[in-house]
Design a protein around this ligand. Structure first.
Ligand code: NAD
Length: 382
């Protein structure tokens, strides 16, 4: 099998789908690895490092994609916006594409890939089951995003995070609130704690209280009935507008008392709930900071502008997008491990074998036999 790793179509994307250290795993399994020249450069992985590990470097992108059995990308199809259009034309009939494709936001591009005869798998759809943990790119990238969000907050803040007892007096630690204690939120709690802040965590799912506390965070108790807030998959359920209104009311004072708020709250497949209103931002002390990791999904804060840093009422509000790309070495290493583990499910005796009895392959498969086979994408297209 020829496995191709192309340079990311979006020039702003710094990650690469396969790092040099993972090349030998594929070669030992009998596969050939071809990498587009410069594919790893933005993450600091040079062509020579790929060559040293046994990969071949190809300069011509069209040629690379033409001759591949499997194409690995971090972002593909609609996930890389307009930049992906040209690539779809280069994909071949019968070829397998494995990437993050954001199929629910960009179903039309999935359809085009199907029409070209591409068999596309989207890794964001990996089920959250124990066996699939090592393929779960959402968890990997959320880990990086949670860490990075705290660093951005610390840099934007007008205060230091730790308590300091100095000859010039005692400095109070920053008070940091993390809203949403999923994968990104828990990593944010751990990172803010390492920096010495007093950290508060809140999640609509009461089950995470223990996890927040085990990281040294204080769980914020709101007077809200949250018994029905968790779905069987361990995710938050979408609540009605009346619940969100009561939640905002209950959180008002907690937020006003914090120097930094990091919001990570999300509902799978839905727009992020608005938890911090304009009025709540205006009640924060001047110089406070909000980092809204949910910015790309509509934002948890009413004043967030995705991809921008704004100042509202002397509060700095950051709406960063694609935080994982800001730490490309480790995010690429994690992505590579996820994608190679996934690829191993697809290959038997050196040949591609798509076993749809396997829940992981079934859930991630978008297109096959010139059809869109993912039901959620089909619904969006109908
Ligand atoms: P996510 O990105 O969908 O959401 C982030 C967090 O926001 C969640 O913890 C959610 O409960 C919270 N949230 C939603 N609405 C909220 C509100 N109104 N107020 C406060 N918080 C709100 O979730 P995620 O981080 O991808 O994962 C969530 C959970 O999924 C994890 O905690 C874990 O239990 C489970 N998970 C399981 C596996 C596995 O078993 N392989 C892998 C990853 C995650």
């Amino acid at each position: 099998l020829v496995i191709a790793v192309s340079k990311e179509a979006d020039p702003a994307e710094k990650r690469v789908a396969l790092v040099p250290n993972m090349v030998p795993t594929l070669i030992k399994a009998g596969q050939q690895v071809r990498v587009e020249s410069g594919a790893g450069q933005a993450a600091g992985f040079l062509d020579q490092q790929y060559i040293d590990k046994g990969a071949e470097i190809v300069t011509d992108r069209a040629e690379l994609l033409k001759q591949a059995d499997v194409v690995l990308q971090v972002q593909a199809l609609g996930a890389c916006g307009d930049h992906g259009e040209a690539d779809i034309e280069l994909l071949q009939d019968g070829q397998v594409l494995i990437a993050s494709c954001d199929p629910l936001s960009f179903p039309d591009q999935v359809k085009t890939a199907a029409e070209r005869g591409v068999t596309a798998f989207s890794l964001e759809l990996v089920p959250r089951i124990t066996r699939a943990q090592s393929m779960d790119i959402l968890s990997s990238m959320a880990t990086v995003a949670g860490y990075r969000a705290v660093l951005l907050a610390a840099t934007a803040s007008k205060r230091m995070f730790p308590m300091m007892m100095t000859a010039a007096g005692t400095l109070k630690p920053a008070r940091v609130l993390i809203i949403g204690a999923g994968v990104a939120g828990l990593q944010a709690i751990a990172t803010a704690k390492r920096l010495g802040a007093v950290v508060y965590g809140y999640d609509i799912r009461p089950a995470v209280r223990e996890q927040v506390e085990s990281l040294g965070g204080k769980f914020v108790e709101l007077d809200l009935e949250t018994g029905q807030s968790e779905s069987s998959g361990g995710y938050a359920k979408e609540m009605d507008e009346d619940f969100y209104r009561r939640q905002r009311e209950a959180m008002k004072k907690v937020i006003a008392d914090c120097d930094v708020v990091i919001t990570t709250a999300a509902i799978p497949g839905r727009k992020a709930p608005v938890l911090v209103t304009t009025e709540m931002v205006e009640a924060m002390a001047p110089g406070s900071v909000i980092v809204d990791i949910a910015a790309e999904r509509g934002g948890n804060c009413e004043v967030t502008k995705a991809g921008e840093t704004i100042t509202h009422h002397d509060v700095t509000v950051l709406g960063p997008c694609n935080l994982a790309s800001d730490i490309p070495v480790h995010s690429s290493e994690m992505f590579s491990k996820n994608v190679v583990t996934f690829l191993q499910l697809l290959v038997r005796d050196g040949q591609l074998n798509i076993d749809l009895d396997d829940e992981i392959l079934r859930d991630t498969l978008l297109t096959r036999g010139r059809d869109v086979v993912n039901n959620r994408v089909r619904e969006l297209l109908s």
